[in-house]
Ligand binder design. Structure first.
Ligand code: NAD
Length: 261
């Protein structure tokens, strides 16, 4: 049997998708035929304009729903308001870089809420919809930092390891059903979240921007290249395909060899 990827008739919800990896995944799923629901907490005109552009370019239905993924009830309301969820991509995430004794408690709480607990809330609402439809795909965006650690990123690394654990549990709870749950673990991708941590990392290590990119970030990535949002879109689309129906409860690294070391 030959496999091709056709996600028409499916509705994909992507949290945190007005920029970066989430937006790259939204474009890829839309190009594979899925209707997409974009999200962020911002609710700006340009957020709605992104959805309009995807709809215009690909011919799918694309909507934007505002919801703050730091709040459990808004995570749940996001899925309810979408009305249907065949594909759930838990992507929203933030970062903060500081040594543990100086790590602000409110940053710890926000990172655990947005990067980890939001996926629990959306999954809890999406699974009954997937069961009703008789098909489902959950793609959690973890990180190379879901499998390994670095100093000064305690909350992020705890949350991303937690996402891998949630992924495995979700997969076991759905193993006998046509529903899969996997985690993608990207290495460094040059999006806003990475741009924003360069100044703090420069401060922590006393390095220039160029040295942080070369000697801290890409030092961990044997390919010496950033992964791209298009590559992550392709990986997520594959995990939603029929060829990936028996792939569940695992991690897929897109990290230029980082976690092979
Ligand atoms: P990004 O900053 O471009 O994207 C983060 C997204 O999360 C944005 O769309 C933002 O609007 C959204 N978001 C933040 N707080 C939110 C909230 N309270 N409610 C709703 N949405 C919220 O960065 P990115 O690199 O595209 O990050 C996307 C995911 O990929 C994150 O989970 C991140 O941890 C993960 N990741 C990124 C890299 C990388 O190198 N860029 C590597 C591994 C994993």
């Amino acid at each position: 049997m030959a496999y091709s990827i056709d996600l028409s008739q499916k509705t994909a919800l992507i949290t945190g998708s007005n920029s970066g990896i989430g937006l790259g995944i939204a474009w890829a799923l839309a190009r594979a035929g899925a209707d997409v629901v974009l999200n962020s907490f911002t609710d700006r005109d340009e957020d709605h304009a992104i959805a309009e552009e995807i709809a215009k370019e690909t011919g799918v239905t694309a909507r934007y729903i505002q919801a703050d993924m730091s709040k459990g009830d808004e995570c749940r309301q996001f899925v309810t308001e979408a009305g249907r969820c065949d594909i759930l991509v838990n992507n929203a995430g933030i970062q903060h870089v500081a040594p543990i004794p100086d790590f602000p408690v409110e940053k710890w709480d926000a990172i655990i809420a947005i990067n980890l607990s939001s996926a629990f809330h959306t999954t809890a609402m999406a699974l009954p919809m997937m069961r009703k439809a008789g098909w489902g795909r959950i793609v959690n965006i973890s990180s190379a930092h879901g499998l390994t650690a670095s100093p000064f990123k305690s909350a992020y690394i705890a949350a991303k390891h937690g996402i891998v654990g949630l992924t495995k549990t979700t997969a076991l709870e759905t193993a006998k059903e046509p529903i899969t749950c996997n985690a993608i673990c990207p290495g460094y991708v040059l999006t806003d979240i990475v741009e924003n941590q360069i100044p703090d990392t420069m401060k922590e290590y006393g390095m220039s921007r160029e040295d942080v990119i070369k000697n801290v970030m890409l030092e961990r990535q044997p390919s010496k290249e950033f992964a791209t949002v298009e590559q992550l879109g392709g990986t997520a689309t594959f995990l939603c395909s029929d060829a990936a129906a028996q792939i569940t409860g695992t991690t897929v690294s897109v990290d230029g060899g980082w976690t092979a070391m």
